[in-house]
Ligand binder design. Structure first.
Ligand code: KDO
Length: 335
């Protein structure tokens, strides 16, 4: 009797040791800082791959401290809903656009305007200088998320299902141009002279294939990565928006970190953006040839006519009314 009691006690002790062993990794994982990432980017695009750079960088600088979970293809949150998810505490990181920000920080709409940022270098100088610092402060206060790094998404071009002669905005009249689904994006489509149609990025390929839309606008690397060139016949080099996205973290997640962790997360975001920017710029310069090889017509419109017309539309819009006095001049003067 005594013997079997001892046996049972020993067995129970042994199994609880085993159980503890099995639970330990989970318990350790729970102690890690959870960083959930959501982006609509497709796996083959640079701003999707940059998140692996972010994760690898943190795994190296802070082994075992962070649990970085990357969700591509808008599989966790729908495109454009990431800032709200971050503010609610359901998401830690994302790459947010000027268009997402402008909904809550109206003066940020200056960066949704066509032909404001001149080129990728100008973009980095504006956002990494005093203008960026002021704007990002408002973003942190009003959206409860902190922008960490500015990512060059590329220069947006018009990409059409059927080729047509496009020289000025008037030539896009009646063209159902897909834009992401927000007022600010649709306004850009209108400013280009087209009939903007809202659609999430993930639905664009099918929309082009079936003809529910006549075209879309995106930077060339995204046209390649999402394979839109398979279902379109022309790229019109309007270069209407030198587009940027911002690696942003929820303030809740950032504030819960110790200073060393914050610094490591900032460094990882800088490495991710640098990886994207370098590769995207290099690829963007080579893609016209690639698209021609794929049988697309690549045409150059009267870019000055587009610039003048789009700038006038924005200057006369309600958006411009909330741009702080002198901001456009300061942006223009940034060199
Ligand atoms: C798009 O939907 O056209 C867009 O280029 C908008 C960007 O702000 C960004 O959301 C991007 O899509 C996605 O990351 C997919 O590349």
């Amino acid at each position: 009797m005594k013997h079997s009691l001892l046996r049972r006690t020993l067995l129970a002790a042994a199994s609880s040791v085993l159980l503890m062993g099995a639970l330990l990794p989970a318990a350790q994982a729970q102690n890690k800082v959870l960083l959930r990432i959501s982006t609509p980017a497709v796996p083959d695009d640079w701003h999707a791959k940059m998140w692996t750079v972010f994760k690898d960088n943190l795994d190296k600088s802070a082994p075992g401290e962070f649990d970085v979970q990357i969700n591509l293809n808008a599989s966790l949150f729908k495109q454009g809903t990431e800032p709200a998810a971050m503010a609610r505490g359901n998401l830690e990181l994302s790459s947010i656009s000027a268009f997402d920000i402008a909904k809550l920080v109206p003066e940020f709409s200056v960066f949704t305007a066509g032909y404001i940022i001149r080129d990728p270098d100008h973009q980095q100088k504006v956002f990494n200088g005093p203008i960026g610092a002021e704007m990002f402060k408002s973003v942190a206060e009003k959206m409860d998320v902190t922008p960490l790094s500015t990512v060059y998404l590329g220069t947006r071009q018009v990409n059409l299902r059927e080729a047509r002669n496009v020289k000025t905005p008037a030539d896009l009249k009646g063209v159902k141009l897909r834009m992401p689904g927000s007022r600010e994006w649709l306004f850009l489509g209108e400013a280009l002279g087209a009939t903007p149609t809202p659609l999430a990025f993930g639905e664009v390929y099918l929309g082009l294939k079936t003809g529910t839309i006549d075209g879309q606008d995106n930077p060339l690397p995204s046209v390649r990565a999402a394979k839109f060139y398979e279902v379109t016949k022309q790229i019109v080099l309007t270069s209407h928006l030198v587009d940027g996205i911002f690696i942003a973290i929820s303030n809740k997640a950032l504030n819960a970190m110790n200073p060393a962790q914050k610094q490591k997360v900032r460094a990882a975001a800088a490495a991710a953006a640098a990886y994207n920017n370098e590769n995207r710029l290099k690829e963007e310069a080579q893609l016209v040839d690639f698209f021609k090889q794929q049988g697309l017509q690549v045409t150059t419109p009267d870019v000055d006519a587009f610039r003048k017309s789009v700038q006038a539309v924005y200057q006369n819009s309600d958006y411009a009314k909330v741009w702080p006095k002198g901001l456009v001049e300061r942006i223009n003067a940034t060199k």
